[in-house]
Structure formats: structure tokens, C-alpha cells
Design a protein around this ligand. Structure first.
Ligand SMILES: C[S@@+](CC[C@H](N)C(=O)[O-])C[C@H]1O[C@@H](n2cnc3c(N)ncnc32)[C@H](O)[C@@H]1O
Length: 197
């Protein structure tokens, strides 16, 4: 059964970064009840775009900033195990409810910059509409890269409201990873990028 965990949420986080993250966490907590209604359609477009470019047939999937768990139903049948990580306890509670529908999806509360996983454990790492919340998105990308297998894939999206195209490309290129696919579609409010380590 999926359980909520409270793991290492503050470890390695500086007080200043934590102040900003706590604000973000609070903002998502207070809007958690309306999250699905507001964002489900938009997020589904990003998932569809992802599957056009990335074949997800991996053993272990990490959904970073999983929110209410909208992505779980898209990957649960394709993976042996899916782990969702988020800072917002209220959204995680909703994600935990989603997770119960599958036998292989688990959620835990943790900071995307300091995740309680060993290096290289996930075959696929997904971060939909998360980077705009992070004080140092480049640091977050490093952490995503740390936990993915050498042969694994990372999919991240960049909210266009928060990142200009050149800025987002610089971020991706600066990560040292290879851009395997990139989409900038008018109907989607994020750039969608697939990276390989
Ligand atoms: C726009 S929502 C996207 C949720 C989900 N990925 C989806 O596709 O619906 C951004 C999510 O990032 C989470 N988040 C923000 N800062 C975070 C952090 N430092 N660590 C982990 N999750 C974070 C928020 O709580 C929220 O659930």
C-alpha cells in the first residue's frame, strides 16, 4: 500500500533557499483542492507530447514535483515502480489517493534539490512544470541527473511564463546532458525537453 513518508525534506537546504521553497509549498498547499480542475487538461497536453518523443518502458520512474499525481495513470502500467516526490503535503495527499489505484506507485515528501535516493536508481525521471518553482533550476537539473541511470532519460518542462526560450535552452545545455528531443508548441504553456545523461 502506498504510504506518505516524511523524508529528509530540509537536508542540505540553506535557510534562504528554504524560505523561498516554503512559500512555494504553502502556495500549492492552499490551492491543492482546485489543482486538478485548473490544470489537468494543460498537464495532459504535456504528457501526450512527452510520449510522442520518449518511449517509457523502464523499470523505475521518478515523478519529481508530482503534484496531485496526474501523471501516475500515464506511467503506472509502463513501469515496474513509480515514485512521486513533492514538497506540498496537501497535493501529496491527493497523489497518495491516486497511487492507491495502482500497486506500484509510492509517494514521499521531499525537496527536489535533495532527494533521498542513491545515485542512478531511476530509468526515467520526469519533472513537469516544476523548474520554475526552484530557486536554482540548474542545481535541480543536477539532482535529477544524479538519480537517473546512465542509460536513462530525463523529461523536464519549462514554463514559458517563467523562462524565455534562449534562457531555457541555456539551462538545458549548461546541464551537460544531451538534448534528445525538444518541443515548443503554441498550444502548450511549457517547452518539453527529453534529455539523456
Ligand atoms: C505546477 S505543479 C506540477 C505538478 C505535476 N508535475 C503535474 O504534472 O501536474 C508544480 C509542483 O512542483 C512542486 N514543487 C515545488 N517546489 C518543489 C520542491 N522544492 N521540491 C519538490 N516539489 C516541488 C509543487 O508542490 C507542485 O506540486
Amino acid at each position: 500500500m502506498a504510504e506518505l513518508g516524511y523524508i529528509r525534506i530540509l537536508e542540505g537546504t540553506t535557510p534562504m533557499a528554504w524560505t523561498s521553497k516554503r512559500k512555494v509549498m504553502h502556495a500549492y498547499d492552499v490551492t491543492a483542492e482546485m489543482y486538478d480542475e485548473r490544470y489537468s487538461k494543460e498537464q495532459q497536453r504535456k504528457y501526450r507530447k512527452t510520449f510522442e518523443n520518449v518511449e517509457v518502458l523502464v523499470t523505475t520512474v521518478l515523478d519529481v514535483g508530482c503534484g496531485s499525481g496526474l501523471f501516475f495513470s500515464q506511467v503506472a502500467s509502463k513501469a515496474e515502480m513509480v515514485v512521486g516526490v513533492d514538497v506540498s503535503f496537501k497535493l501529496l495527499k491527493k497523489a497518495n489517493e491516486q497511487a492507491k489505484a495502482f500497486g506500484n506507485v509510492f509517494v514521499l515528501q521531499a525537496d527536489a534539490d535533495h532527494m533521498p535516493f542513491r545515485d542512478g536508481v531511476f530509468g526515467g525521471v520526469f519533472g513537469f512544470t516544476v523548474l520554475q518553482n526552484m530557486p536554482k533550476p540548474a542545481q535541480t537539473l543536477c539532482e535529477l541527473r544524479r538519480v537517473v541511470q546512465v542509460s536513462g532519460k530525463i523529461v523536464v518542462t519549462g514554463l514559458k511564463k517563467a523562462f524565455r526560450l534562449e534562457e531555457f535552452m541555456d539551462l538545458l545545455e549548461g546541464s551537460g546532458m544531451k538534448i534528445a528531443a525538444f518541443a515548443d508548441e503554441e498550444t502548450i504553456n511549457c517547452y518539453v525537453a527529453a534529455l539523456t545523461a
